[in-house]
Design a protein around this ligand. Sequence first.
Ligand code: SAH
Length: 269
Amino acid sequence: MVRDAVAERVGPAADRSLIRAGERVLLIDGKERHYLISLRVGSSFHTHMGIVSHDVLIGAREGATVLGSTGRRFVVVRPTLSDIVLKMPRGAQVIYPKDLGAILVAADIAPGSRVLEAGVGSGALSMALLRAGARVVGYEVREDFAERARSNVGASMGEDVSYRIEQRDVYQGIDETGLDRVLLDLPEPWRALPHAERAMRPGGILCAYLPSINQTTELRGALEDSQFGMASTFEVLQRTWHIEARSVRPDHRMVGHTGFITTARLLVR
Ligand code: SAH
């Protein structure tokens, strides 16, 4: 009994909940506002709800409540990938978490999958792909976005991932060969189809994310005339609920539209 209690305190489970200097954490105040901060010894975080010393957070356990200078309470947890995507600096529009999850499954991303992603934008999809264990090469036409994505991905994934971004236009060609997956989040993905056909291995999955159905129809037409088959298109609607004792109902607001997801597979013809 005694030994178990000690093991629980010093074992890996206990260690994993301890927050360390250099980590990013999410602070949540009494009004459910979220703040994403990076912890540095001696620093402090200022909000109109009071000041929180980083030193109080360093060494706290994830899930703990800490006190700010004015006696306000903040819950501290590590951010999820979804928290990071919604809070990180963005240049281009990011793919929303509800769609990121669906894309990982629809494109069947697995550890070791060789993926080409274009355009990379702010790097939200890159992070989800790397989390799933993929090896990712990104083509991004704008150098400033490429730079932003490198820093966003570096900050949350570290250096221990297989990730490279090249500043280039995917409509001009793809140098990689034998790719398992090609993911396209840009306005005219049909222009990349001939290159994807040559760059992918048979059986590979192409997945495109498009905001309008006109673009999606154009892509589906181009897929018809290509070596790809088994095309499929869907969208994801996510409705959150308000749950309180006497009021259980859908929330009044929801994200009504983000984008259409289309997948297709490279066939041997
Ligand atoms: N999926 C990204 C967002 C991509 S936004 C995320 O989750 O964060 C679309 C991006 O495509 C923009 O950054 C734009 O610069 C890039 N882009 C547009 N046309 C391109 C092309 N032909 N080749 C490479 N990138 C392109």
